[in-house]
Design a protein around this ligand. Structure first.
Ligand code: GUN
Length: 285
């Protein structure tokens, strides 16, 4: 058997960012604008938001970080979103998750204008995704499909198993894989014989947030294994997949770090440029 290939999300994300930078320069005019809302001071969220800000700056996207107190009421947060919805220099709006317990993430997602919803969580974008229409879709799943296509992984006709059913990864990924003609199964904590099910997958996607949960026994030889998990452990960052056990038997695998992680920000930039394109195509000047 040939050695498995390691799919470098890091290298692909770099290429995507370079293309985005070129596209912004080519189109010219008002630069794309992204507003990132952060509520409270969760350290991990602060790190992610700082990374998004830096990535925007490097490609020519104007980013604004709106920092709000943990104690802000949902009503005041919605007012802030309305202000950004109406701001013509803002093409994309993202509210960093998780939110404090007194604020509903669903209500927030529904308050962002669908055409500015770069997280792809507004019900209208979710509907467009499942109906096979154009729209803005969640960044990590979009990035995973793009990485697989870029790496010549056959999706059409493949049996795909996704472990994890979150609104931001598992469910949108199911819709995107279906759009690419994969046969899709979404597994979760109540799935019986998870290991046996995973072993049937040509494409296995792990998005559960449990370090090294996916072992050798879960893998069909030659399968493509995409590891979305990233957990902090005593030994450093760990994915959902036990890389050392799985890599020798699979066909292709994403590492942690350097696999799926960098795709999220690259495709956030891509969604922002897509939202900005809506402005360019609707603008008369
Ligand atoms: N928190 C962790 N990942 C994400 C993401 O992709 N979008 C938002 N809004 N918050 C997150």
């Amino acid at each position: 058997m040939t050695e498995s290939s390691v799919l470098s999300g890091r290298a692909f994300a770099k290429e995507v960012r370079r293309n985005i930078k070129d596209e912004i320069l080519r189109v010219g005019g008002r630069p794309p604008g992204l507003a990132v809302i952060i509520v409270g001071d969760d350290p991990a969220s602060s790190v992610y938001v700082a990374m998004k800000e830096k990535a925007c700056g490097k490609v020519g996207i104007e980013s604004t970080v709106v920092r709000l107190k943990e104690s802000i009421s949902q009503e005041n947060l919605l007012q802030e979103i309305d202000r950004l919805n109406e701001d013509p220099s803002v093409d994309g709006i993202l509210c960093q998750l998780p939110l404090p317990g007194h604020i509903s993430a669903d209500t927030v997602a529904s308050a962002i204008l669908p055409d500015k919803d770069v997280d792809g969580l507004h019900p209208e974008n979710v509907g467009r995704l499942w109906r096979g229409e154009e729209g803005l879709f969640p960044c990590t799943p979009v990035g995973i499909i793009a990485l697989m296509k870029h790496s010549d992984i056959a999706i059409d006709g493949a049996d795909a198993v996704i472990v994890g059913r979150s609104n931001i990864v598992g469910k949108p990924l199911a819709a995107l894989l279906l759009r690419e003609n994969a046969t899709v199964c979404v597994a979760h904590s109540h799935t019986s014989d998870l290991e046996g099910l995973c072993r049937k997958a040509d494409i296995l996607i792990a998005a559960v947030g449990r370090p090294h949960f996916i072992k050798r026994g879960f893998i069909k030889p030659g399968a493509t294994v995409i590891d979305v998990g990233i957990s902090r452990t005593e030994d450093g960052l760990a994915g959902d997949v036990d890389f050392d056990e799985v890599a020798p038997i699979c066909g292709a695998i994403t590492p942690v770090p350097g696999g799926v992680g960098p795709l999220t920000i690259a495709f956030l930039l891509s969604n922002t440029v897509k939202a900005w394109g809506t402005y360019h195509t609707s603008s008369t000047c």
